[in-house]
Design a binder for this molecule. Structure first.
Ligand SMILES: C[S@@+](CC[C@H](N)C(=O)[O-])C[C@H]1O[C@@H](n2cnc3c(N)ncnc32)[C@H](O)[C@@H]1O
Length: 310
């Protein structure tokens, strides 16, 4: 296992909160993967079924998976090592906190202005850095001296549903996470989502419709007459490269419908003033929150996993 962990786990300097990366860290993804290739980010791979399927199907791409649940990380490592994959790394990290830091989203533009979003400043990463400087003093913080990096796709399949109305603000697909994804996606990069919870599907569709940085190529299509409010559609056909996971199976068994949502990054730069604050990430950055706070709705096995983590 140790040998596999060494091969598949993304090495990083730990941050203060559980499953967080130190603010100001830099990771050179091309060096990590040993080549320059399109990077697909999977958020919450769970047991890694989709990760293994896709990485086997696309040896020409590199896959970076963010899984905040330690037992899930172990399952992913086992799954990718059994498949003997060379194009996968797994990060035991909260994607919302870590993505802007790892991709250097707060860094200024490179010299060639090919991407309007090069002027992007990732609010979240800057905030985390500012908090860390305040907390630790500037000497202890390693400044991110690297370059901005971009993903070609981001996948968020069957994210934790947070069914209760009062918990919906904990859902990862939110306006602030859309900002994070926009900050790390290359122009025309694609964000794919799927869920078996209707009102989360409406939320995904609405977050994209309201985001200035994405367009929905299926806007107005595939109308669902159980939709809340106006019947506006906006759902994609099932992503044909998405495997059936345990979570999808469970949803279908319970007679729930699965919706796919696709968002394509446009060329618009990000004006920080428009960026909504993510209270979760801010609390993580201040070291006030541990992951378990977000994990209350998980099955008992996963709660045990978190408890073991301490
Ligand atoms: C409902 S499961 C779905 C797993 C997988 N995508 C599938 O379809 O089978 C959601 C997963 O997302 C992970 N997760 C939740 N929030 C996360 C975050 N902020 N960063 C990384 N992983 C997260 C959970 O630990 C869990 O493994």
């Amino acid at each position: 296992m140790e040998e596999h962990s060494e091969k598949y786990l993304l090495p990083f300097e730990k941050g203060v909160g559980q499953a967080t990366i130190a603010a100001g860290s830099h990771i050179d993804l091309a060096a990590v993967f040993g080549r320059e290739a399109p990077i697909v980010v999977e958020v919450g791979p769970g047991s890694g079924e989709q990760l293994v399927h896709a990485a086997t199907l696309h040896p020409e791409w590199d896959f970076l998976a963010f899984e905040a649940w330690a037992p899930g990380v172990a399952r992913c490592v086992n799954a990718v090592s059994r498949a003997e994959l060379d194009n996968v790394k797994i990060a035991e990290l909260d994607a919302a906190q870590a993505l802007p830091i790892i991709f250097g989203a707060h860094l200024g533009s490179e010299s060639s202005a090919t991407h309007a979003a090069e002027q992007v400043t990732a609010h979240v990463a800057e905030q985390a850095l500012a908090h860390a400087i305040e907390r630790d003093g500037a000497h202890d913080v390693v400044q991110n001296a690297g370059q901005r990096q971009y993903a070609s796709q981001v996948w968020t399949f069957f994210p934790d549903p947070w069914r209760k109305k009062k918990h919906r603000k904990r859902r990862i697909v939110s306006p602030s996470f859309a900002h994070t994804v926009a900050a790390i996606l290359q122009p025309d990069g694609v964000w794919r989502m799927a869920t078996d919870w209707d009102n989360y599907a409406w939320q995904m569709r609405d977050v994209i419709a309201e985001s200035p940085w994405f367009r929905n190529p299926y806007a107005g299509q595939n109308i669902d007459f159980t939709d809340e409010g106006i019947y506006q559609g906006g759902f994609a056909p099932r992503f044909e490269e998405r495997v059936m996971t345990r979570f999808e199976e469970r949803g279908l068994e319970a007679q729930r419908k699965v919706h796919d949502v696709v968002a394509v990054r446009n060329n618009l730069g990000i004006d920080d003033a428009e960026v909504p604050e993510d209270p979760w990430v801010s609390a993580v950055a201040r070291g006030e929150t541990v992951l378990a706070d977000r994990g209350g709705e998980r099955p008992a096995s996963s709660r045990r996993g978190l408890a073991q983590l301490g």
